[in-house]
Design a protein around this ligand. Sequence first.
Ligand code: UDP
Ligand code: MG
Length: 242
Amino acid sequence: MTNTIQSVSIVVPVYNEEDNLPRLFDEIAGAMRPLDREWEALFVDDGSTDGSLDVLKRLAAGNSEVRYVAFTRNRGQSAAFCAGFDQAAHPVVVTIDADLQNDPADIPALLALFDKGHDMAIGWRRKRQDTLSKRYASKIANAIRNRITRESVRDTGCSLKVMRRDMLLRIPRFKGMHRYLPTLMKLEGATVAEMPVNHRERHMGVSKYGNWERAIAGVRDLLGVRWLQDRHFGYEIREKNR
Ligand code: UDP
Ligand code: MG
């Protein structure tokens, strides 16, 4: 069964990315405008202390597809994603990082994969353009994550994903949950497809994560996700009167 062509909200978490935003929007627009579907770029400013919000206001003033939501203070990438899921105007949500490491040119192919009938289509970064230590940390983290959660997700840390918004609104929320989106969506019954995507170096701004803090938070979240899996229930209604 294929999905019908639906309108799309592109959700972008932003924390001190002022130098990346104009080019990011240009690239998103370049990828989306040729497609025959309605779309918006929804930027969530996660309490940036640089000029990111001013840049977003300028982009919004010049482009009708741009929307922004700004937090009062930094609440983390998961919170920024969730605010985007809440505020999105369209039934299909695409997530992408703001730092240009993900390539918006991959969005059309990922949408095409989603349209084949999946509830979720996710990218895995074919050639990681990160430091050696980050690449190793990510490899190990993915392996442990898959082991404990009995999954086989290649690269859950890749932000480039297409998902059904109605399902995103039903999954549990906690700090770090953005690294478990495939698993949390599967608990809701989602089918997940994967495809290789481009990955680029970060040229402007700095990474917001260190390997150690990510590893420590990771173990804690992992146990929580395993618990959620073990204690999860679904139900089917046989009949009801109204
Ligand atoms: N980000 C955010 N809030 C945070 C940390 C990061 O919104 O507290 C955003 C950040 O601006 C970027 C994305 O999340 O768009 C991924 O962050 P980053 O590129 O630093 O992660 P890395 O690629 O180093 O794993
Ligand atoms: Mg990055």
